[in-house]
Design a protein around this ligand. Structure first.
Ligand code: AKG
Ligand code: FE2
Length: 704
């Protein structure tokens, strides 16, 4: 018969984990410190000093001192887990032929001065006693703890039991579990153990001693190491069955009417100048969670994002239960999170949903899913597309720094799916509001790394932070190279290198992609050897025109042009070159990635280098330059993108191919004409009779 005794000051996720494992393996459990009724009301606060622990232990034993066969196991709970059945545990205990067995450690505590008094051990065995966990017959433990020599009052349990062991180990038949047959302390030993995967079982293995320890303890700095272990052990995640712990203790929203949906406080933080904030908000607006159940808070640091927030509130604010927008000048960044926590509590929220503007949510029912996970804190895994950069870190080292855990890549690639207990996460998370009274007491200081301090405080409080990678939820935008000094109107245009994925979603025409699976016969061709492709979105057109007008330095349309090496332009237009707005490399990247593949399909046998020296936006209007006389371009082929709409934005316009007597006048915004630059394709720009016409032209693979 086995009784497990543990002490607890308060209920937290570590304690709950301990209890749930103990239950799973059907242990008989007694919790001291809390009310004896640990399963019902756990909110009792009991002061529990270390010295008192021994007293409490003794009181329990007093009741069982005559139960001859009763074996009692003492453990600390929040950073301990039981990983095998009580039968296994008893079997190991009996094998050791001792009355009391203590866990062992590599370091000698409370003082290394005591080291020489310990019996020696074999290589790979641990020599010193750890009071973290021990097991023994009730009667033996009772007499051991009754020995008056070591007065328990005021002495911590490590000192107390060390003294007992060093002086009276023979008298009480005490041994140390030096080979970790039962107990594994992770402090100092983390590198000795590994996780073993049998297809449907996952367990801990000590590589030095060849044992599979049953009670695992990881306190202090190694706490995060224990948490990562319990992502797998015991059978938490297995090769054949996946994430098993993910399936328990969940919550379902099925059958709940919208008015009864949990109330959410959603706090959006834009704490630096960022790319794609408009798209971020667009994605927020599409989330399916009923907005009448969301109190919305938006905080931004840089004034450039005021207009993003205002636009979102103007368009969607009314759908939310309430809306509040604050800038850094009202509440400083380092105070904004606490402010939001407090507001959440005031409004009786059930959940706090924190969302940074770098987190682009693509899974529309994300909030519902996170609620159903039913964890204290859970974040959707978000990754910078194509990069090994995610919104979490795998594990922390003993010196408290974070590193990518061994499984980081596996998790990022979603080769293993589940809920992963991690020491550090950012960008987006759902937090159960029951934790807010404690969390809102965190004091951030100016200059703090808010995420780092927040996660540290969560770890201290034993509030587990889970990253969820069951599904693809969205991605992270990278604003590291954002140049806030550049005076761009539409900075996103410049993010093609840092955020290729987000850029493509925003700017590349959705009908472009099927073209890559088609051949020249399928392509639209309004004139001989002139091809016509959907290439960019209307957003692209508007923003590029906007950026050019914002820059404003249009050329004169005269032959003299000091932007060119020769200083002379044969067929001048009123235009602005991409290099004048610092966007040439970006355009060339677009040319290479998206246009060259089409050229290869349209003009079989020609392989473009994707080179271009002349890339510019042309402006035609009746009172300025209204047309372009017949000419050839200095290109192998030319691309010509319509940036606005004939009949709406202007009258007239279009291109005419003289040799074929063929005109294209029904231009489509976002569509591109592609044609050879010379010889056969002598061409002209037709007069614009009203309004303004904009086109983006590029002379590809230049010829003299
Ligand atoms: O107006 C047009 O679409 C023709 C423009 C053109 O041919 C050029 O800029 O070289
Ligand atoms: Fe031309």
């Amino acid at each position: 018969e086995l009784l497990v005794v543990t002490t607890a000051k308060e209920r937290n996720d570590g304690f709950d984990r301990f209890v749930s494992y103990a239950r799973r393996f059907k242990y008989n459990l007694k919790v001291l410190g809390l009310d004896d009724q640990w399963s019902s009301d756990l909110d009792v606060e009991v002061k529990l000093e270390d010295g008192l622990r021994v007293e409490l232990y003794k009181n329990v034993l007093e009741r069982h001192k005559y139960s001859g066969n009763l074996v009692v196991l003492f453990v600390k709970n929040s950073d301990t887990v039981i990983t095998q059945s009580s039968d296994k545990l008893l079997e190991q205990f009996v094998k050791m032929k001792a009355d009391v067995v203590f866990s062992s450690d590599k370091s000698c505590l409370p003082s290394s001065d005591l080291a020489e008094y310990y019996p020696t051990v074999k290589v790979n065995e641990k020599r010193y006693l750890s009071s973290a966990s021990f097991i023994g017959y009730a009667s033996s433990l009772y007499s051991m703890m009754s020995s008056l020599v070591y007065n328990a009052k005021g002495v911590d349990d490590q000192t107390y039991f060390t003294n007992v062991f060093l002086n009276d180990r023979e008298k009480y038949n005490i041994v140390l579990d030096s080979r970790s047959s039962i107990f594994q302390n992770l402090n100092d030993d983390q590198d000795d153990v590994s996780i073993n995967f049998d297809s449907s079982y996952t367990y801990l293995y000590n590589d030095l001693t060849g044992t599979s320890p049953i009670i695992i303890h990881g306190n202090g700095p190694i706490r995060a190491g224990l948490n990562s272990l319990t992502n797998y052990v015991p059978d938490q995640w297995t090769i054949s069955r996946g994430c098993l712990h993910c399936l328990v203790d969940t919550r379902s929203l099925d059958g709940i009417e919208v008015p009864a949906y949990p109330q959410i406080y959603m706090a959006i933080f834009i704490e630096k100048p960022m790319y794609f904030v408009e798209d971020f908000f667009l994605r927020v607006s599409k989330l399916t969670y009923p907005k009448e159940r969301i109190d919305l808070y938006i905080h931004y640091l840089d004034v450039m994002h005021a207009k993003n927030a205002e636009k979102f509130v103007a368009e969607h604010g009314n759908n939310f239960k309430s809306v509040q927008v604050q800038s850094d000048s009202e509440v400083a960044t380092y105070k904004a999170k606490i402010y939001a926590f407090e507001q959440c509590m005031k409004m009786n929220c059930e959940y706090f949903f924190s969302l940074d503007a770098e987190a682009h949510i693509e899974k529309l029912d994300l909030i519902e899913m996170l609620i159903e996970r039913n964890r204290s804190l859970v974040a959707p895994m978000l990754v910078r597309p194509g990069k090994m950069w995610a919104n979490f870190m795998g594990t922390s080292t003993t010196d408290g720094h974070f590193k990518k855990s061994d499984d980081f890549t596996t998790l990022v690639l979603r080769e293993r799916k589940g809920l992963w207990n991690v020491p550090y996460l950012t960008s987006a998370f759902l937090l159960q509001a029951r934790h807010l009274p404690s969390i809102s007491r965190i004091e951030f200081k100016e200059g703090d790394n808010i995420d780092a301090v927040f996660c540290l405080e969560m770890r201290k409080r034993f509030i587990f932070m889970y990253v969820d990678n069951f599904e693809y939820y969205g991605h992270l935008v990278n604003s590291d190279d954002f140049d806030a000094t550049a005076n761009h109107l539409n900075s996103d245009l410049y993010a093609i290198f840092s955020n290729a994925y987000t850029w493509e979603k925003k700017y590349v025409h959705p009908d472009y992609f099927p073209l890559l699976n088609q051949t020249v016969e399928d392509y639209q061709s309004p004139c001989p050897d002139v091809f016509w492709f959907p290439i960019v979105t209307e957003k692209f057109c508007d923003e590029l025109v906007g950026e050019m007008e914002h820059f404003g330095d249009w050329s004169s349309g005269k032959n003299e042009d000091n932007r060119l090496e020769t200083g002379y332009e044969n067929v001048p237009t009123v235009d602005i070159h991409t290099n004048q707005i610092g966007w040439e490399d970006h355009w060339l990247q677009f040319l290479k990635n998206y246009i060259v593949p089409l050229n290869q399909r349209a003009f079989e046998g020609y392989f473009s280098e994707g080179r271009a020296l002349m890339n510019f936006v042309v402006r035609y209007r009746p009172d300025e330059q209204d047309r372009l006389r017949p000419h050839a371009d200095s290109s192998t082929f030319t691309v010509n993108i319509a940036l606005n709409t004939p009949g709406v934005d202007y009258q007239g316009g279009g291109v005419r191919m003289l040799r074929y007597e063929c005109s294209v006048t029904e231009l489509k915004k976002g569509w591109m004409l592609m044609h050879p630059g010379k010889l056969t394709h002598h061409h002209e720009g037709l007069p614009v009779t009203a309004g303004t016409r904009y086109i983006m032209v590029s002379f590809v693979d230049p010829t003299p």
